[in-house]
Design a protein around this ligand. Structure first.
Ligand SMILES: Cc1cc2nc3c(=O)[nH]c(=O)nc-3n(C[C@H](O)[C@H](O)[C@H](O)COP(=O)(O)OP(=O)(O)OC[C@H]3O[C@@H](n4cnc5c(N)ncnc54)[C@H](O)[C@@H]3O)c2cc1C
Ligand code: FES
Ligand code: FES
Length: 1341
C-alpha cells in the first residue's frame, strides 16, 4: 500500500459540526483535541488513565446494515483523535446549555444535588446520556453498569443515583401508575399516601428535590445523527495515513493490507482500543513511531458460531463479546455454554463501561498482563488463537507455553492475531472463574482463577485445568496440581490434594512484585474452594459423595445479594419563614450546579489561552534521599519550543526557601533531595506536551543516602520535627492506673489517604505590564497565604499580587498548603519571563508530590473499672509527617484533642510525636488528625468490650460525655446533644432487632458473616490559632439592583457560595437570583483564612451578614420613605442621595485560641455531634465486603441548607469509608509511591456505597454560636464511616468465634480485602504461613 493512495485528512463530527483536519497529530487524544483545538472544555481531564470517567463523551457509529447509529460512552483521554475518522462525537456542550435548554440529564443531576465541585459532573452526565441514547428504558442494573467507570469524590453518589433513578422504567411506571403528580419519593410521597403536604414533616423523610418539576424526557427531541454519516459509508472504507512529528498512523482496510504493513514495519504497534497502549505512552514513556489501527479489517471484527464453539475476531470489543456471548447462551443448552457464562460474569467486573466499549479481546490477550481477567479463562478453556502473517497462518493453543515471560508471548513480530476459537463445553464439564480485587468494580485483579473440570460417567475426574492470574509474571497454570487428581473422586480428599499442590506450585517469593504474598496465596486456595463448593452443589443431583459440605457451606457460593440502593433523608424546613422569598433553611441547589452539568462552569485549566501563554512542567526527584550531583537540562533546552529551565540557581538561596508554618523547604531543591517527587526544576515551553517531554529529558545524577520511610524507622532514629514530644496531662493518671480494675495495653495503626480531588493542582499566572502586578488564577484553598509566599519569593508587595479562585474541583485539605509547590514556580516563571504561564499537574505527578493524610501509629494503656468505665488513659501517638513540617503539628494537635472522641476520661496523658521521614510532606485532609485520633478511641472502647465481655454499645453509653463535663483540654461541653443523637440513631437504625437477625444469619452461613456497629462523634469547630478565626465580605449593590457579593471563602463544591447567597438574600430580603458571586479574590477580601476546618460558613457567613446589615441600615430611610416600593426603587433613591451602596463585612470569634504547649485556652467555638450505625456483610474466603445499611443522625444545628448539609454528610461518609476500608497508599521500601493513579489507588465507586443510606438531621437543636443557629458540617461526619470499619471487625469476630480463634485481635485501618481475609483465621490461613523477608516489595509508612 502506498501512502499516495491513502487519505490523510481526518474527518469526524463533534456535536453535529463537521471537523476536517488536514494535519492531525497521531499523538493527540480526543480529549486534547476537544479541549485545546476545539475549545470544548466541558470534558474534563481527571487522570488520563481511563480510571475516573471525567472525560466521558458519546461516540456514535452508524451501522449501515441495521441502518441505525450505535452510541458508546468512551474515555476521551485514551481515545486517539485519529480513531474518530467517520464517527460522531457528542460532548456535554452538545446536549444542552443554561442559555438554551438544559437536557433532562443535566437538569436532574443539578436539581437532585448530584453536583458539588462539578469536576466529575460532565463525565457522569455523558455516561447517563449515552445510556439513554442506547436504550429507551434502562433498568436500575443498566444504570449501575453505566456508572462503573465514573468516579466522584464529593457527593457520595447517593444524590446522583437518586436523581437518575427517575429515568429508569420502574420509576417512570410507578409515577404513572400511582399518580401523575407524585414525586420521586415514590410510595412515600404524600400525594400517594393521601396525607397531603400540609402534614408535619417530623416522622417522615423529606425530599431534597421535587421530581415533579423535572423536564420530561422525550427521546424524540435528541439531536439527529449527522445525516452525512448515515448516508455514506465512504469514511469507513478509506485507507488512512496520518503523519505526525514522531508517529505515523495507518488504518488499513483489509486483512491483506494489515499483514503487509505489519510485515514492512515489524515493530509497528497494532492499536485497537488503545486502553493499554494509551497508558503505556502517557505514563511509561513508551513511544511507538508506527501505529496500525485495524478497525476496518472485517476478519478481526467478526463473530461466528461454528460446530465446536464461537470464533471471535481479535478486534471485537469486550462489550460486543459480552453481548454475543449472552446471545449464544440464550440459544444453546446450558451445559454447552458454561465457559461463555463465566466470560459474561467476568466481563461485568472488567474495567468500566467506557473501557469495555473500546477495549478488544485481542488487546487483552496480546498485552499479556499477568492480571488479565480473560487470559486465565482462555487458558483454562484451552482456546485456540488464529495468527496470520503475510507468509503463514497458524493455530496456537493458548496453554502454559503461550506466555514466554512478563508481557511477552510466542507470537512473531510480523504476526497478527486474527481471531480466537472459544469452545463449547460438554455435559459433564464444569467451568468456573473468579476475580478478587481491592474494589469490586473497575479494578484490576489481585488474583483471579479459572477452573475447567471434566468428569467421567461415574463422577471421577477425567481432566482438570486450573489457571491463575496475579501469581507470577504471566498467567500461571497449575499443571501438577491438576495432573495428580486425574481419576480421583470430587470430594474432601481431592480438595486437600489440590490445596497442597497449589501451595507448592504457586509459591510466591516473599518479595514478589505486588506484595500481599500471604493473601494471594490464601486466595488461590479460597477461590478453588469456592469453585469446589459451587461445582459440588451443581453436581449434587447425581453425586452422592459431597464430603463434609453442608447447607451452610453454600454461603461460599456467589457474591453479595443485588438490590436497588435505598435512601432517606430526614430534615426540617422552616415552618414560618420571615419572608416568602427567604431561602435560609431550604434545600436549594448549588448555585453553579446547572453550569457544572452543562460544562459551562469554568475551572482553572478551562480558561482560554492567551496569545503568548506558556506551559510549565516540573522536574521531580526520583529518589527519596540523595545528594544531587548534577543537573543537566541541555537536551531539554535543545528541544523545539522549550523556552527556559528554572532551578535553584535562578534564585537567591534566601528566596528559595518557603513553608507554611516553618520555612523549611526549598522551592527548587539545591543540594539534597529528601523525598521522591520533590521539585528540582521546571521547564517552560510553548505547549504542554513539549514542556512535559522536555521535563523528562532533564538529566539528574544522584548520590543515594539512606532514607527513613516508616514511623518505626523514624522512632528508631529519633527523627522528629522540632517541638516534639507534645504532651497534654489531665488529672492524676498514676492514681487511675493504681486503682484500675483492669489495664488494657495495646497498639494500633492507621494508614494515610490520598486526597484524590478530581481536578488536580492547577495554576496560571498572568503578569501585568506595570509595577510588577500579577494575577494568579488557581485552584486552591488558601489564596492569601499563597499570595504571601509568592510576594516573598518575588520580592513584590502583596498588594500587587491578586490571587483569584473561581472554583476548585475538590480540595479536602490537599489544596490548602501544598498548592504552593505548584503556584510558586508558575508565578516565578511568569514573573521572570513576563509572559503568562500555566500548569495543570498530571494525576501521577500530583499524587507523587502533594502528600496525603498522615499515617498514625498509637501505643496506649487504658485504666478501666469493672463496670467498663474508663478512669484513665496513657496514649502515645506518632504521625508520619514526611520531609517537611508543613501542617503536621496542626494534624497532631487535632489527633491529640480528639483521641477521646466522645468519651469522658477524667485522667489522661497524651504524648505526641511528628516523625520526619523521606516521604512527600503529608498534610491536612478533611478532619485533619481527628479521624485518626477518634478511630483510636473506638478501638480501645472495643478492646474494653472484649476484655470485659461486654457489648460495645454498653461501654460506649457508659463513657459518653454529658452536658457540663470538661475535656482534657479544659473545655466544658455545653448544648451537648450526644446522647440525643445516640438514642435517635439506635432507634432509627433498629439496632437491637437487627443485631438479633444478624446473629441468626451468622449461624446459618459459614463463609459469609455480618457485623454491625454504632458509634458517636464529637468534632471541635474552630481554628485553634486565634488569628484564623476571622472572616470578611464585600458587597456592591449596583443601580439596577443587582448585587455582587464577595467573601473570604473559596467554593470547592461544599456549597459555600450558595449558603452565602442564602444569607445575603435573607438580610437584603431579595431573591437569590439578584445576588451573584463571581470568584474569591485577594483584591476584594484581603487577609482571608484558609477555607478549611469546616468553619468557612460560620466565619464568612457572619461577615456577609455584617456587610448586608450595613447596606440595609443605609437603605432604611429610603424604605421608610417609600414602604411600598421595590428593592430597585430604594437602591436608585439611595444612589441619587449619594448613599454608598458598597460595604465591607467583618467577623471574628472572640472566644477561641489555644496553646497546646501550655494546654491553656479554648480551642473550639462549639462541637458538631453525630452518631452512625452500619451493618456489613463480609466474604470470609475472599475478604470482600458490602455495606448493607448505614443510618446517620447528625446535629448540624438549624441547617442553612439541608440538601447541602446532607450532601456534605454523605460525601464525607463515603470519603471516610474509603479511608477506613479500601484506600491504601503503597510505597516501596525506598520511598517510591506505587499507587499513583485511579488504576492502583481505589476510592469508593458508585456501587460501594451502603445499599441503604438514611441520614437524619437532628431536629430542634439550634446552635447559639454560629450564623442563624447552624453548625459546621464539612468534616465532622467523615468519622462516622468508622462504623463500617468496626462492623467489619465485628463480622470477622463472628467468623473467628465459629472457628474458635481468639476474639482479642488487632485490625489496622484500612480494613482492606487482604486484612479482612487474613484476620478471618481458618483452615486455609493456617496452611499459608507468613514468610519473612528483608526485602519486601512494599512497606507500610
Ligand atoms: C482503566 C482501565 C481498566 C482496565 N481494567 C482491566 C480489567 O479489569 N481487567 C483486565 O484484564 N484488563 C484491564 N485493563 C487493561 C486493558 O483494558 C485490556 O487489556 C484491554 O483488553 C486491551 O485492549 P485494547 O484493544 O485497548 O488494547 P490496545 O491498547 O489497543 O493494545 C494492547 C496490546 O495488544 C496488541 N494487539 C492488539 N490487537 C492485536 C492484534 N490483533 N494482533 C496482535 N497484537 C494486537 C497491541 O499491539 C498492544 O501491544 C484496563 C485498562 C484500563 C485503562
Ligand atoms: S480523564 Fe479520562 S478517565 Fe480520567
Ligand atoms: S462533584 Fe464529583 S468530584 Fe466533585
Amino acid at each position: 500500500m502506498s501512502v499516495n493512495e491513502s487519505s490523510s485528512k481526518l474527518i469526524f463530527f463533534v456535536n453535529g459540526k463537521k471537523i476536517e483536519d488536514e494535519n492531525p497529530d497521531p499523538e493527540w487524544t480526543l480529549l486534547y483535541y476537544l479541549r485545546k483545538k476545539l475549545d470544548l472544555c466541558g470534558t474534563k481531564l481527571g487522570c488520563a488513565d481511563g480510571g475516573c470517567g471525567a472525560c466521558t463523551v458519546m461516540v456514535s457509529i452508524y451501522d449501515h446494515t441495521d441502518k441505525k447509529p450505535l452510541h458508546l460512552a468512551v474515555n476521551a483521554c485514551l481515545a486517539p483523535v485519529c480513531s474518530m475518522h467517520g464517527l460522531a462525537v457528542t460532548t456535554v456542550e452538545g446536549i444542552g446549555s443554561t442559555t438554551t435548554r438544559l437536557h433532562p440529564v443535566q437538569e436532574r443531576i443539578a436539581k437532585s444535588h448530584g453536583s458539588q465541585c462539578g469536576f466529575c459532573t460532565p463525565g457522569i452526565v455523558m455516561s447517563m446520556y449515552t445510556l439513554l441514547r442506547s436504550m429507551r428504558k434502562p433498568s436500575y442494573s443498566d444504570l449501575e453498569v453505566a456508572f462503573q467507570g465514573n468516579l466522584c469524590r464529593c457527593t457520595g453518589y447517593r444524590p446522583i443515583i437518586e436523581g437518575y433513578k427517575t429515568f429508569i422504567e420502574d420509576w417512570e411506571s410507578n409515577r404513572t401508575q400511582n399518580n401523575s403528580n407524585a414525586c420521586g419519593m415514590g410510595e412515600k410521597c404524600c400525594k400517594v399516601t393521601g396525607s397531603g403536604c400540609t402534614e408535619k414533616l417530623d416522622d417522615k423523610p423529606g425530599n431534597t428535590f421535587n421530581a415533579k418539576d423535572f423536564i420530561p424526557y422525550d427521546p424524540s427531541q435528541e439531536p439527529i445523527f449527522p445525516p452525512e454519516l448515515a448516508l455514506t459509508s465512504k469514511y469507513n472504507e478509506e485507507r488512512l495515513v496520518f503523519k505526525g512529528a514522531n508517529v505515523t498512523w495507518y488504518r488499513p482496510t483489509s486483512l491483506n493490507e494489515l499483514l503487509q504493513l505489519k510485515n514492512e514495519h515489524k515493530n509497528a504497534k497494532i492499536v485497537t482500543g488503545n486502553t493499554e497502549v494509551g497508558v503505556e505512552v502517557k505514563f511509561k514513556n513508551c513511544l511507538y513511531p508506527i501505529i496500525i489501527m485495524p478497525a476496518q479489517v472485517e476478519e478481526l471484527k467478526e463473530i461466528q458460531i461454528t460446530d465446536t464453539g464461537v470464533t471471535v475476531g481479535a478486534s471485537v470489543t469486550l462489550t460486543d463479546l459480552e453481548n454475543s456471548m449472552k446471545n449464544v447462551i440464550r440459544c444453546f443448552p446450558i451445559h454447552k455454554t458454561r465457559i461463555y457464562k463465566e466470560i459474561v460474569d467476568m466481563l461485568y467486573w472488567f474495567a468500566g463501561k467506557q473501557i469495555r466499549n473500546v477495549a478488544s479481546v485481542g488487546g487483552n490477550i496480546m498485552t499479556g498482563s499477568p492480571i488479565s481477567d480473560l487470559n486465565p479463562i482462555f487458558m483454562a478453556a484451552g482456546v485456540v488463537l488464529n495468527f496470520k502473517s503475510v507468509k503463514s497462518s497458524r493455530k496456537v493453543v493458548m496453554d502454559e507455553s503461550f506466555f514466554t515471560s512478563y508481557r511477552k508471548n510466542m507470537a512473531l513480530p510480523e504476526e497478527v492475531l486474527v481471531s480466537i476459537d472459544l469452545p463449547f463445553t460438554e455435559e459433564n464439564q464444569y467451568f468456573k472463574a473468579y476475580k478478587q480485587a481491592k474494589r469490586r468494580e473497575d479494578d484490576i485483579a489481585i488474583v483471579n482463577m479459572a477452573l475447567n473440570v471434566k468428569f467421567t460417567e461415574n463422577n471421577k475426574i477425567s481432566s482438570m485445568k486450573l489457571s491463575f492470574g496475579g501469581m507470577g509474571p504471566v498467567t500461571m497454570m497449575a499443571i501438577n496440581s491438576c495432573r495428580q487428581i486425574v481419576g480421583k473422586q470430587w470430594n474432601d480428599d481431592l480438595l486437600h490434594k489440590v490445596y497442597s499442590g497449589l501451595l507448592s506450585e504457586l509459591n510466591l517469593d516473599p518479595s514478589a512484585p505486588g506484595g500481599m504474598i500471604r493473601y494471594r496465596q490464601s486466595l488461590t486456595l479460597s477461590l478453588f474452594f469456592k469453585a469446589f463448593v459451587q461445582i459440588s452443589d451443581e453436581l449434587s443431583a447425581n453425586f452422592s459423595d459431597r464430603g463434609t459440605l453442608d447447607d451452610r457451606d453454600k454461603s461460599a457460593i456467589g457474591g453479595f445479594e443485588h438490590s436497588i440502593q435505598k435512601s432517606s433523608q430526614y430534615f426540617n424546613i422552616p415552618i414560618n419563614p420571615q419572608s416568602p422569598i427567604d431561602p435560609v433553611g431550604y434545600p436549594i441547589p448549588h448555585v453553579s450546579a446547572a453550569k457544572q452539568a452543562t460544562g459551562e462552569a469554568v475551572f482553572c485549566d478551562d480558561m482560554p489561552l492567551m496569545n503568548n501563554e506558556l506551559f510549565l512542567a516540573l522536574v521531580q526527584s526520583t529518589r527519596a534521599h540523595a545528594n544531587i550531583l548534577s543537573i543537566d537540562p541541555s537536551e531539554a533546552l535543545s528541544m523545539a519550543g522549550v523556552v527556559k529551565f528554572f532551578s535553584a540557581s535562578d534564585l537567591d538561596p534566601q528566596k528559595n526557601i518557603f513553608g507554611i508554618v516553618v520555612r523549611d523547604e526549598e522551592i527548587f531543591v539545591s543540594k539534597t533531595v529528601t523525598s521522591q517527587g520533590q521539585i528540582i526544576g521546571a521547564i517552560v515551553a510553548k505547549d504542554q506536551a513539549i514542556a512535559q517531554k522536555a521535563a523528562k529529558a532533564v538529566k539528574i545524577s544522584y548520590e543515594d543516602l539512606k532514607p527513613i520511610i516508616t514511623i518505626e524507622d523514624a522512632i528508631k532514629s529519633k527523627s522528629y520535627f522540632p517541638g516534639c514530644p507534645k504532651t497534654i496531662i489531665k488529672g492524676d493518671v498514676d492514681a487511675a492506673f493504681k486503682n484500675a480494675d483492669h489495664i488494657i495495653e495495646n497498639e494500633f495503626r492507621m494508614g494515610g489517604q490520598e486526597h484524590f480531588y478530581l481536578e488536580t493542582q492547577t495554576s496560571r499566572a498572568v503578569p501585568k505590564k506595570e509595577d510588577n502586578e500579577m494575577e494568579i488564577f488557581c485552584s486552591l484553598q488558601h489564596p492569601t497565604e499563597m499570595g504571601k509566599i509568592i510576594s516573598n519569593v518575588l520580592g513584590i508587595p502583596i498588594n500587587r499580587i491578586n490571587m483569584r479562585v473561581k472554583r476548585v474541583g475538590g480540595g479536602f485539605g490537599g489544596k490548602e498548603s501544598r498548592s504552593m509547590l505548584l503556584v510558586v514556580p508558575v508565578a516565578l516563571a511568569a514573573h521572570k519571563l513576563q509572559q503568562p504561564v500555566r500548569c495543570m499537574l498530571d494525576r501521577d505527578e500530583d499524587m507523587i508530590m502533594t502528600g496525603n493524610r498522615h499515617p498514625f501509629y498509637f501505643k496506649y494503656k487504658i485504666a478501666v473499672k469493672d463496670n467498663g468505665k474508663i478512669d484513665g488513659a496513657i496514649i502515645e501517638m506518632y504521625n508520619n509527617g514526611g520531609y517537611c513540617y508543613d501542617l503536621s503539628a496542626a494534624v497532631l494537635e487535632r489527633a491529640m484533642l480528639h483521641c477521646e472522641n466522645a468519651y469522658y476520661i477524667p485522667n489522661l496523658k497524651i504524648v505526641g510525636y511528628m516523625c520526619k521521614t523521606n516521604l512527600p510532606s503529608n498534610t491536612v485532609f478533611r478532619g485533619s488528625g481527628s479521624p485518626q485520633g477518634m478511630l483510636l478511641a473506638e478501638n480501645y472502647i472495643r478492646d474494653i468490650a472484649v476484655k470485659l465481655n461486654m457489648d460495645p454499645i454498653d461501654v460506649t453509653y457508659l463513657n459518653l460525655y454529658e452536658e457540663g463535663q470538661t475535656t482534657h483540654y479544659n473545655q466544658t461541653l455545653t448544648h451537648c446533644t450526644l446522647k440525643r443523637c445516640w438514642e435517635e440513631c439506635l432507634m432509627k437504625s433498629d439496632y437491637v432487632q437487627r443485631k438479633e437477625k444478624i446473629e441468626q444469619y451468622n449461624k446459618d452461613n459459614k463463609w459469609k458473616k455480618r457485623g454491625i456497629c454504632i458509634l458517636p462523634t464529637k468534632f471541635g469547630v474552630a481554628f485553634t490559632v486565634k488569628a484564623l478565626n476571622q472572616g470578611g465580605a464585600l458587597i456592591h449593590v449596583y443601580t439596577d439592583g443587582s448585587v455582587l457579593l464577595t467573601h473570604g471563602g473559596i467554593e470547592m463544591g461544599q456549597g459555600l457560595h450558595t449558603k452565602m447567597i442564602q444569607i445575603a438574600s435573607r438580610v437584603l430580603n431579595i431573591e437569590t437570583s439578584k445576588i451573584y458571586i463571581s470568584e474569591t479574590a485577594t483584591d476584594k477580601v484581603p487577609n482571608t483564612s484558609p477555607t478549611a476546618a469546616s468553619v468557612s460558613s460560620d466565619l464568612n457567613g457572619m461577615a456577609v451578614l455584617n456587610a448586608c446589615t450595613i447596606i440595609m441600615e443605609r437603605l432604611t430611610p429610603y424604605i421608610k420613605e417609600n414602604p411600598t416600593g421595590k428593592w430597585e426603587d430604594w437602591i436608585l433613591s439611595a444612589y441619587s442621595n449619594c448613599t454608598s451602596l458598597s460595604a465591607v463585612g467583618y467577623y471574628y470569634h472572640p472566644h477561641t485560641g489555644y496553646d497546646l504547649d501550655t494546654n491553656i485556652g479554648i480551642p473550639y467555638n462549639y462541637y458538631t455531634y453525630g452518631v452512625g450505625c452500619s451493618e456489613v456483610e463480609i466474604n470470609c474466603l475472599t475478604g470482600d465486603h458490602r455495606v448493607l445499611r448505614t443510618d446517620i443522625v447528625m446535629d448540624v444545628g438549624e441547617s442553612l441548607n439541608p440538601a447541602i448539609d446532607i450532601g456534605q454528610i454523605e460525601g464525607a461518609f463515603v470519603q471516610g469509608y474509603g479511608l477506613y476500608t479500601m484506600e491504601e497508599l503503597i510505597y516501596s521500601p525506598t520511598g517510591t509511591l506505587y499507587s499513583r493513579g485511579p488504576g492502583s489507588y481505589k476510592i469508593p465507586g458508585f456501587n460501594d456505597i451502603p445499599k441503604e443510606l438514611n441520614v437524619s438531621l437532628l431536629r430542634g437543636a439550634p446552635n447559639p454560636r454560629a450564623i442563624y443557629s447552624s453548625k459546621a458540617v464539612g468534616e465532622p461526619p467523615l468519622f462516622l464511616a468508622a462504623s463500617v470499619f468496626f462492623a467489619i471487625k465485628n463480622a470477622i469476630s463472628m467468623y473467628r468465634k465459629q472457628n474458635n480463634a481468639s476474639l482479642d485481635f488487632n485490625l489496622s485501618s484500612p480494613a482492606t480485602v487482604e486484612k479482612i481475609r487474613l484476620a478471618c483465621e481458618d483452615h486455609i490461613t493456617e496452611m499459608v504461613k507468613e514468610q519473612k523477608t528483608s526485602t519486601p516489595w512494599n512497606i507500610i509508612p
